[in-house]
Design a protein around this ligand. Structure first.
Ligand code: CA
Length: 239
C-alpha cells in the first residue's frame, strides 16, 4: 500500500525537491503551502505522515502540530529552517516524531520518513495483537512488562501508548532498576545521533512518560529525579 505524505512547505523549490525525493521512494505526496490548506486537507484525508515546515505565510508548523496533537497521533516530521534548540525542544514537547534542519539531504529526509513509518506500523500491529507470554521479555513485581518484539510496555495490564523515545527511556531504566542514568548516558544509549539532540529533550520525554503512568495510577511515579545526576526507576517499593 502506498503511504500518503502531507507536505506543508511554502518554499516551492524546497517542496519540489522533497516531493521528488518522496515520490522516487514510492510515496504519494500532497503539497500545501499554507496552514489553512493543510487543515482543509487533514479534515478530508488521512495521510500516513505529515512533514511540517515551521515558518509558513499564514502561521507556524509548530502551531499546526499543537492543534493536530489534540486528537491525533499522526506521525509528524518537522522541517526547521533554524537550527534552534528552542524549535527542536518545542517540537518534541508538542509531539513531533523527528526533525530535519534545512539545508538537508532529500535522501536523508526520505530515509527518516521511512523510519518513522516503520515504527508506526510496529505500533499499529502491536495495538491489535494481544501479548503472548513468550514474547514478554521482562516482567517484574512493579507491574511493568516490556515486550521487545512489539516495542511496547504494559503497565498493570494496560498498554502504554509510548512514543519511540518514551519507550526506549522506560525500557532502559527498567533494565537496571535503581541505577541512576545521567541524561548523557540515556542519550548515548537511545538516540541514534546524540549530538543532534539536547539533554533537555530527555527531561521532556520523562515528563510525558510520567504523565502516561499517572493516567493509569494517579499517585504512581516510580521515576526518580536525581538532581544534577539524572534519572532512575524504583520498582521495589511499589505494588
Ligand atoms: Ca517556510
Amino acid at each position: 500500500m502506498t503511504a500518503h505524505i502531507l507536505l506543508v512547505e511554502d518554499e516551492p523549490s524546497i517542496a519540489e525537491i522533497v516531493e521528488f525525493a518522496l515520490v522516487s521512494e514510492g510515496f504519494q505526496v500532497t503539497w500545501c503551502a499554507l496552514v489553512r490548506d493543510a487543515e482543509i486537507d487533514l479534515s478530508r484525508n488521512t495521510p500516513d505522515l505529515a512533514i511540517l515546515d515551521i515558518g509558513l505565510p499564514d502561521g507556524s508548523g509548530l502551531e499546526l502540530l499543537k492543534r493536530l496533537r489534540r486528537d491525533s497521533d499522526l506521525p509528524v516530521l518537522i522541517l526547521s529552517a533554524r537550527n534552534a534548540e528552542l524549535d527542536r525542544v518545542l517540537g518534541l514537547e508538542l509531539g513531533a516524531d523527528d526533525y530535519v534542519t534545512k539545508p538537508f539531504s532529500p535522501r536523508e529526509l526520505a530515509a527518516r520518513v521511512k523510519a518513522i513509518l516503520k515504527r508506526t506500523v510496529v505500533r499499529t500491529v502491536r495495538d491489535h495483537a494481544p501479548l503472548e507470554a513468550s514474547e514478554v521479555s521482562a516482567s517484574n513485581e512493579s507491574g511493568f512488562e516490556v515486550d521487545e518484539v512489539r516495542a511496547t510496555i504494559r503497565f498493570r495490564g494496560y498498554s502504554l501508548m509510548l512514543t519511540r523515545y518514551e519507550y526506549l527511556i522506560l525500557k532502559t531504566l527498567l533494565a537496571q532498576p535503581e541505577r541512576v542514568f545521567s541524561r548523557a548516558q540515556l542519550m548515548d544509549q537511545i538516540w541514534s545521533d546524540p549530538t543532534a539532540s539536547f539533554e533537555r529533550s530527555v527531561d521532556t520525554h520523562i515528563k510525558t512518560l510520567r504523565a502516561k503512568l499517572r493516567e493509569i495510577e494517579p499517585c504512581f511515579d516510580p521515576i526518580r529525579t536525581h538532581r544534577g545526576l539524572g534519572y532512575s526507576i524504583q520498582i521495589s517499593d511499589v505494588g
